[in-house]
Design a binder for this molecule. Sequence first.
Ligand code: ZN
Length: 68
Amino acid sequence: MWICRKCNAPWEFSQVNPDIDLEGCYFLCPTCDHRNTLIALQDGPDERTSHTLLMQPDLDWPDGKPWR
Ligand SMILES: [Zn+2]
């Protein structure tokens, strides 16, 4: 679950569409259109078997979405 940093609305991962642009990973809050920054982390040391997790930088690990 992610939380909008502007309006504090909680969102399930299935409710928002994370995207990447030149500034990095983010999702747009469906309520207020606030851009919430995400960071991408690997969940394992092996790139072939690990997943990319999208995290809010200030939320407790490992509350991220397996993205691939
Ligand atoms: Zn919001």
